[in-house]
Design a protein around this ligand. Structure first.
Ligand SMILES: Cc1cc2nc3c(=O)[nH]c(=O)nc-3n(C[C@H](O)[C@H](O)[C@H](O)COP(=O)(O)O)c2cc1C
Length: 416
């Protein structure tokens, strides 16, 4: 065997190889910089947030099958790339109704956001504004429609409505949202009753959190979170009276199981802007609601937080988009954890995608910089996926570029 000739390395050869990171005292900044995926942010979030708050975000209804299947469906997508295309410049921006976004992404409404991080909706709004991505404030928000608009005036904002049994109160809230510059109303239609979120039940999660022996013990583990909770404005819903109890109890107390398409006419007469229905899972519903004049649809099972074993949004999307035939924008949410998921949804008929947990993991991991990191990760992944696919614009994303295989089948060979 030939012997390897060895030599002593010269100092001037070693110098360029030595990389000493500039020391920083910012622990959060260091942790966020090391996060490369939304899953990484989720891990940081889990360490930094009390269990009941983390589980409120991370969990879904009953056996969590709706959420598991929705995420797993994105894993069944097979991207079909083409090569030797000039992908140095790509165009990924979209307009949906009255908003624009640099990637096909809008932030979904999430209730009780100041429980995840004391800056809550304001932190999300600021990160969204900086990225140019629209944000939907929830009826169950912990910052009022006026305060978010005043504190983050340049965020493009939609307002999500749960229509209460008390129509006068609903109308008053809609008027306030309109006056505060919320351009589109997103009516959530999949909450006739509250889903059974077993993790919340088991954790004894109440709103606001109660100081039980268990929560007191948790203070030792997450002192900073608790200090922030107890030293900032009281944690309560900004637009709801009568909070208290579990989320499910609150939904059942406040929301209206008698809601029908008749109420859409009332809504149309009461709201001058666009109306988008959130929680569509059925082709006939989609067709009927567009005929009734709604301006957009969100194919969603509410992040798996309502009906368990429900329809998987990515699977029903092509049929719904086909039935709607471009008459109104069709959006999708549930289970999106990667920019490639956004690309796959657009290829299968979505005009844009909404995410809930993806930005909340960022928020729990590090407040506004954490949300910014989540948006940056998703944006980078959208760009990289499109370039590797060999497409330069969203209209080149056709279903044949992101083929969804049926559950339980392996990907067919291209020669089959
Ligand atoms: C913690 C949390 C709170 C939510 N609150 C609301 C809400 O107040 N109104 C609503 O319409 N949807 C709500 N959703 C559902 C989201 O708008 C969205 O449909 C869902 O998060 C999408 O799934 P993903 O989290 O996998 O992205 C909530 C979701 C989460 C995770």
């Amino acid at each position: 065997m030939a012997r390897v000739q060895r030599r002593r390395p010269r100092l001037d050869e070693l110098r360029p190889l030595v990389k000493v990171a500039r020391p920083t005292l910012d622990r959060t900044g260091r942790a966020l910089a090391r996060a490369n995926t939304i899953e990484d942010l989720r891990h940081i979030a889990r360490r930094r947030t009390p269990r009941s708050a983390f589980d409120y975000v991370d969990g879904a209804a009953e056996s969590e099958v709706s959420l598991t299947r929705a995420r797993e469906a994105f894993g069944r997508v097979e991207f079909r790339p083409q090569v030797l295309r000039d992908v140095s410049r790509i165009e990924t921006s979209v307009s949906v109704l009255d908003v624009t976004s640099p990637i096909p992404l809008i932030l979904a409404p999430t209730g009780f956001t100041r429980m995840m991080h004391h800056e809550g909706e304001r932190a999300v709004g600021r990160a969204a504004a900086a990225a140019g991505i629209p944000y939907t404030l929830s009826t169950m928000g912990t910052v009022s429609v006026e305060d978010l608009a005043a504190d983050v005036p340049d965020v493009q904002r939609w307002f999500q409505l749960y229509l209460w049994q008390d129509r006068k109160a609903s109308l008053a809230l809609m008027d306030r949202a309109r006056a505060a510059g919320y351009s589109t109303l997103v009516l959530t239609v999949d909450t006739s009753v509250g889903g059974e979120r077993l993790r919340d039940v088991r954790n004894g999660m109440t709103i606001p959190p109660q100081l039980t022996p268990r929560t007191l013990a948790d203070m030792a583990l997450h002192p900073r979170w608790w200090a922030n909770l107890l030293t900032t404005e009281p944690l309560e819903f900004a637009s709801l009276r009568g909070s208290g109890g579990t989320v499910e109890q609150l939904i059942n107390r406040m929301f209206d199981p008698t809601l029908t398409t008749k109420d859409l006419e009332w809504l149309r007469a009461s709201w001058p802007g666009a109306i988008v229905l959130k929680g569509i899972q059925n082709v006939d519903d989609a067709r009927d609601f567009v005929d009734l004049g709604v301006d957009g649809l969100i194919v969603s099972n509410h992040g798996g937080r309502q009906l368990d074993r429900s329809v998987t949004p990515l699977e029903v999307l092509p049929e719904i988009a086909g039935a709607v035939g471009g008459r109104v924008p069709v959006l999708l949410d549930t289970g999106v954890m990667h920019g490639g998921d956004i690309v796959a949804a657009v290829a299968n008929g979505a005009d844009a995608v909404l995410v809930g947990r993806a930005y909340l993991y960022g928020l729990m991991a590090g407040g506004e910089p954490g949300v910014a990191r989540a948006l940056d990760i998703l944006t980078t992944q959208v760009h990289r996926t499109m370039r590797l696919l060999g497409v330069t614009s969203l209209d080149q994303l056709t279903p044949d570029r992101a083929v969804l295989h049926a559950a339980g089948t392996s990907a067919p060979s291209q020669h089959a």
